[in-house]
Write a protein that binds this ligand. Sequence first.
Ligand code: 13P
Length: 334
Amino acid sequence: MSIEQLEDIAQALVAEGKGIIAIDESTNTIKRRFEAVGIENTEEHRRAYREMLLTTPRLGEHISGAILFDETLRQSTKDGVPFAQVMREAGILPGIKVDKGTQSLAGFPGELVTEGLDGLRERLKEYARLGATFAKWRAVITIGSETPSGTCIDANTHALARYAALCQEQGLVPIVEPEILMDGDHDIEVCYEVTEATLRSLFGALYQQDVLIEGTILKASMVLPGKDCDEVASVEEVAVATLSCLKASVPANLPGIVFLSGGQDDAAATAHLNAMNQLGHAPWPLSFSYGRAMQQAALKLWAQDLKGNYAAAQQIVYARARDNGLATLGQWTG
Ligand code: 13P
């Protein structure tokens, strides 16, 4: 894989009017999502649910790529067509989550570090053979009265950079995701400071590991007040704070930034993205890589009747893709 090919994939992921659907919930995470709607967490239910999502008619109009969990990349439709093939035929790039989740950071109570570097080169080789063109690794930064520590930020960004270098070595575009959690009562200024410190550390680490920035995508969290903060921030305030924070810490040669939804409701996630794109003057395309804000309404409907609501659930998936696609252009009208 050449440098140009990595750049082409990265650019395709943030092509005009398109974004990513994240359906890479681990078996434990999807268990929580299924439990909330009364669905048993069996392999067949996970397969059927993801088939519903990935075979949504015309999904490729607004979706450039989908991030899968290991199990899903190995699964097929009920008619036996591998999901990776279904996606390619729909013009959707297959991606794969490759981190192994978080563990407590030793010596730093309340802080987490993401694991998964051991054996990663071999796993990436296999994922590339199975059809993956890009990968994702999520680090988690928790805001508390004493956190995050510099040690936690640097341990996580070092791992993100090691992962990114390995991906590019194997011809996969790395999505680097340092998620600043919305949990807590911190205000928007604190979120801004933590996000800026984390992104500066991340790009420092990426340079140190000689990662090709032009072949990398950043998956960022928006700059928001914590869920339990008394002060609310307007859509405009979130858009201005997020854009200004990114401009202060992200190099202009990055091909694009995609946002996670992080627990925002559907309308808020779309409105914030739309407002940022209306502000304009960002050096990168600003798009989405939503999990919950793409899926939660469709999951509820699909779960009511695994067969009868199939088409209606797919219409919702399509509508969420279209709305978020419009928001990448600043053209969403609510
Ligand atoms: P949410 O949009 O639900 O935050 O999920 C995105 C994701 O992939 C987190 O890693």
